[in-house]
Design a protein around this ligand. Structure first.
Ligand SMILES: NC(=O)c1ccc[n+]([C@@H]2O[C@H](COP(=O)([O-])OP(=O)(O)OC[C@H]3O[C@@H](n4cnc5c(N)ncnc54)[C@H](OP(=O)(O)O)[C@@H]3O)[C@@H](O)[C@H]2O)c1
Length: 334
């Protein structure tokens, strides 16, 4: 089968090679999926650059790609939740990615049935970013009526985090690119701030939660608008000791990340706030909950551009260049 392979890490970015590899074998608890579409994420470029090596030390050559939509072709002996012909989607398990390929083998606990109203392209916008937002809300445990600030909510993460936040009854403030203002307001944002013309730290204060997508350059400001005792969950800052423990890392890594993330823990301590870093992991049950919510609310998703598998490097470049109007997708088969 055709697959896009990373042959070695490179800080400046390296082209994936399109090669023929063996179709994957399935274990008793796995399904074999014929891949239809795959979502392309900033995470893919981070993996290529070696930026997440300390969290997940992938060995090269590595078939790339973190999320997919496809149809089940074969099921393992112990598979009870799915059958041949089901249209499913998912975020690949952290230890074994590889959706930029014609087939994938994945365990049943990592996938869910795709909501019928979503096309294959739309469906591949959902798993990684919706699970990221879902896992952030699992840490926040928000209550209806509270307020959240989502930084950079005009990107593909915001497109999932905003409707999820609204489904919890939160008041949502976001900032981002003004070209996407109408799209995020349609998703339910209560207040939009154009990041190029307005400094949110001058007008916002005492928000209950911050979902940070921008990392170090914004974190001090984001803590300044958070209430005493509020929670900040970052997707882009540095991991800390609390992350390493939650992630089940060994003692040495817990110590290492404890030192790495101390700067943000200290910022949080000043007002008894808490700092959490997340790295999105596979979760079929969580994705099932997300599918139900999407089916019920018919949440709209935004596809930006669709590339063929042969154009995978153009798709990665597009994501690296920003200016996204939604998700970049690779169409692999009909
Ligand atoms: N830790 C995890 O598990 C995890 C999971 C998913 C995503 N992430 C991270 O989350 C981040 C966002 O992901 P994404 O898919 O949403 O990216 P994206 O689609 O590229 O969107 C980023 C958005 O932020 C806007 N932006 C840029 N600079 C800004 C600023 N100073 N203030 C406010 N908005 C600004 C961008 O606008 P412009 O068009 O003007 O640039 C764009 O609309 C990425 O860094 C990604 O790596 C992490």
């Amino acid at each position: 089968m055709k697959a896009c392979v990373l042959n070695g890490y490179d800080k400046k970015g390296r082209s994936l090679e399109i090669v023929n590899v063996q179709k994957p074998e399935i274990g008793n608890n796995d399904v074999l999926v014929k891949t239809r579409t795959a979502g392309v994420n900033p995470l893919d470029n981070m993996i290529i650059h070696g930026d997440v090596k300390l969290i997940v030390p992938y060995k090269t050559p590595l078939v790339m790609g973190n999320e997919f939509t496809g149809v089940i072709e074969k099921v393992g002996k112990s598979v009870t939740r799915f059958k041949v012909g089901d249209r499913v989607y998912g975020r690949m398990p952290l230890r074994k990615i590889g959706t930029f390929a014609e087939f994938i083998a994945i365990e049943q606990d990592s996938i869910a049935i795709v909501p019928e109203y979503l096309s294959d392209e739309e469906a591949s916008c959902v798993p990684l970013t919706a699970l990221t937002a879902f896992q952030a809300f699992e840490i926040m445990r928000p209550k209806a009526g509270e307020t959240i600030f989502i930084s950079g909510g005009t990107g593909s993460l915001g497109a999932m985090a905003i409707p999820l936040a609204k489904s919890f009854g939160l008041s949502v403030i976001t900032n981002g690119n003004a070209e996407n203002r109408d799209r995020v307001i349609e998703l339910g944002v209560d207040r939009f701030i154009d990041y190029k013309t307005e400094d949110y730290s001058k007008s916002l204060h005492d928000v209950d939660y911050v979902l940070d997508t921008l990392g170090d350059r914004e974190l001090a400001k984001e803590f300044s608008i958070l209430k005493q005792g509020g929670k900040l969950v970052s997707l882009k800052g540095l991991p800390n000791g609390e992350f390493a423990s939650r992630f089940g890392m060994p003692f040495v890594k817990r110590m290492l990340f404890g030192m790495v993330g101390r700067k943000y823990d200290k910022m949080a301590d000043k007002k008894n706030q808490s700092y959490h870093f997340i790295f999105v992991h596979e979760d079929g049950k969580g994705l099932e909950t997300i599918s139900k919510l999407f089916t019920e609310k018919k949440i709209k998703v935004s596809v930006d551009e669709v590339f063929s598998l042969d154009d995978v490097n153009k798709a990665l470049e597009k994501v690296a260049n920003g200016k996204s109007k939604g998700k970049t997708i690779i169409r692999i088969s009909k």
